[in-house]
Ligand binder design. Structure first.
Ligand code: URA
Ligand code: SF4
Length: 216
């Protein structure tokens, strides 16, 4: 299976999944969407009313604001991967429970492995906790941490800014840092490649020496 097939296969498994109680009240599961080539992945909390109706992530009010935030980071929605920590809607938009997060995490882990993004942005506390454990969003938002070869950035949830307008500017300025984070990773990759080539050249020189010496 190629990577696109693997992603579709995960989406199919999610649509049939009954591993936690959230399957009972879902209309449609929401696996997430975006191209396989996405260098950046956004992870929210879980589907809300509209997402459950349409089977797509961030299509309601929070999604509208997310699109504005993406634009502010010179990113297009169709070039990033967007998903959630739980793929089925918690009834009444309640918080996802620990058992549900645990039951669902295998799908997100597989999606991360297949897409292998350079940067992961967590939106809200549940996806933040997956990478950062028990920390305060007010202390780490917008900062990037290198974990397993990629940058993880915790951000406030876009829906939070709809209730607390002061967070809107915080989110806008945190998102504006994303192009810079992507550049940092690109530079790092280039450095690693350059080092590899230099090492190879060095090895080549070393292996050539004995033949030269044997001339004497
Ligand atoms: N909020 C989320 O966390 N995810 C969605 O998909 C929509 C709203
Ligand atoms: Fe399965 Fe996740 Fe949906 Fe629970 S939330 S039923 S684990 S896909």
């Amino acid at each position: 299976m190629d990577k696109n097939e693997l992603l579709s296969d995960i989406a199919k498994q999610i649509s049939l999944c009954k591993n936690c109680e959230l399957h009972i009240s879902r209309k449609l599961s929401v696996p997430g969407e975006g191209p396989i080539s996405s260098r950046i992945m956004f992870i929210g909390e879980g589907p809300g009313f509209h997402e459950n109706q349409q089977g797509r992530p961030f299509v309601g009010a929070a999604g509208k604001f997310l699109e504005e935030l993406l634009e502010n980071a010179s990113l297009k929605r169709n070039e990033v991967f967007i998903t959630n920590v739980v793929k089925c809607r918690p009834p009444g938009n309640r918080d996802p429970q620990e058992v549900e997060l645990e039951a669902c995490s295998q799908y997100l882990d597989q999606q991360i492995k297949i897409i292998d993004p350079d940067v992961i942005v967590t939106l809200g506390r549940f996806s933040m906790a997956k990478f950062f454990g028990n920390v305060k969003i007010s202390q780490i938002h917008g900062q990037a941490k290198m974990i397993d070869g990629r940058l993880i950035v915790a951000m406030f949830h876009p829906a939070a800014a709809l209730h607390q307008p002061v967070l809107k500017n915080t989110l806008l300025s945190d998102f504006a840092k994303l192009p810079d984070y992507l550049n940092q990773i690109t530079k790092k990759d280039e450095e690693i490649k350059k080092n590899k080539i230099e090492n190879l050249a060095q090895k080549h020189e070393n292996t050539e020496q004995p033949t030269q010496l044997s001339l004497f």
